[in-house]
Ligand binder design. Structure first.
Ligand code: GTQ
Length: 347
């Protein structure tokens, strides 16, 4: 088809007439709304370096008491999307949260779903629906939509973690709200990763008709994920991606409705292509250093750095170290795109 008409081609009187009735001609906007072959993306490939953000986060600990912050968080905002919109990608909010010894981030629940990935410090914990989840470096904790959650810190020194929420999506739907609650009654038992779901392939016995819990496993300890990746790396051909998905152990499928999670291991000296897909993503460096090339933009990363990956982007990852592996954690909106029926993996 030839080029569509622009708005200027319409008589001024017609334009004013429709505008007064809250009507808008679609055809001049058609290409912006539905570009040919590939989406228009405002999301930029960017990196937030932890060494740069850390002093500002610790300073916030001095400037703002937890009582005045509710959650003491610095948002990682993608400049392409407007800083005030606090979006790392169109669907993903990312924050760095600081909690100091003895502090509590009060109990609440809300419509967005969240996860935490611990960056530094020891002795932090999150209580989700009465289940106390310890938080050590690299641990992933889920707080799905509607579940009560509060954070605390029983150790010494600062605890910092990465928050990932589907907040931008829920805001777009004009459906965000939170409810404050009294502190939860904590069950005196180990979290489900240490009790009900101790090993892959084994789940609590139940007759098959009974409903399965929707969110059976809320904590994925990093020590176990790291061990599983290392074992997988031994049998993975060179050039292929060593990667594990975090799933619901009762279904084997996505563990949350909107956001998906995976862990990638880069073997010493390895450079790999990540299969290109239609979802936007955030990469967080759990361990190691190297380079990411995202749509031709090269960004060198170190431990605890975080990167934004636009939809449809070409991603190349390289481990700079020749003796030690690197580990990255990926958050993406593939589960949402699958539900909407347009998720694609290319090549
Ligand atoms: O810890 O519950 O980064 O409610 C943003 C909103 C963290 C939380 C964030 C939140 C939380």
């Amino acid at each position: 088809m030839s080029a569509v008409a622009t708005i200027d081609e319409l008589p001024a009187a017609y334009r004013q007439g429709v505008t007064a009735k809250n009507l808008v001609p679609l055809w001049p906007l058609m290409r912006a709304a539905l570009p040919h072959n590939k989406p228009n993306r405002r999301t930029q490939p960017v990196i937030w370096r932890y060494r740069d953000a850390r002093p500002d986060l610790l300073k916030a600990g001095e400037l703002t008491p937890i009582e005045k912050a509710e959650r003491r968080v610095l948002a990682l905002a993608n400049p392409g999307l407007g800083l005030e919109n606090i979006q790392a990608t169109p669907s993903i909010f990312i924050g760095l949260q600081l909690i100091l010894p003895g502090e509590t981030a009060p109990n609440h629940r809300h419509t967005p779903s969240a996860v935490r990935m611990v960056i530094e410090g020891s002795g932090g914990f999150t209580v989700v629906q009465g289940e106390k989840c310890p938080m050590e470096k690299g641990d992933l904790i889920l707080t799905p939509a509607g579940l009560w959650h509060e954070h605390g810190h029983e150790g010494t020194g600062p605890v910092v973690w990465l928050d990932a929420l589907d907040l931008p999506l829920v805001r777009l739907l004009e459906a965000t709200y939170a409810i404050e609650g009294e502190p939860q009654a904590v069950r005196n038992e180990p979290d489900s990763s240490q009790s009900r779901y101790r090993r892959a392939g084994l789940v609590p016995y139940r007759a098959f008709e009974t409903p399965r819990p929707r969110y059976p496993l809320l904590r994925f300890p990093w020590a176990e994920v790291r061990e599983a990746l290392t074992a997988l790396s031994v049998i993975t051909p060179h050039g292929a991606l060593v990667r594990l998905a975090y799933v619901n152990p009762e279904t084997g499928r996505d563990c949350m409705p909107v956001l998906g999670f995976s862990a990638i291991m880069l073997r010493p000296g390895e450079t790999v292509t990540v299969p290109r897909h239609s979802a936007s993503a955030v990469l967080h460096v759990i361990e190691g250093d190297g380079e990411a090339e995202i749509d031709g933009v090269t960004l060198s990363f170190s431990e605890s750095d975080t990167l934004a990956v636009p939809t449809h982007a070409q991603v190349l990852l390289a481990n700079r170290q020749t003796k030690s592996p690197a580990f990255l954690f990926q958050i993406d909106d593939a589960p949402l795109q699958r539900k909407c029926g347009f998720y694609e993996v290319f090549d």
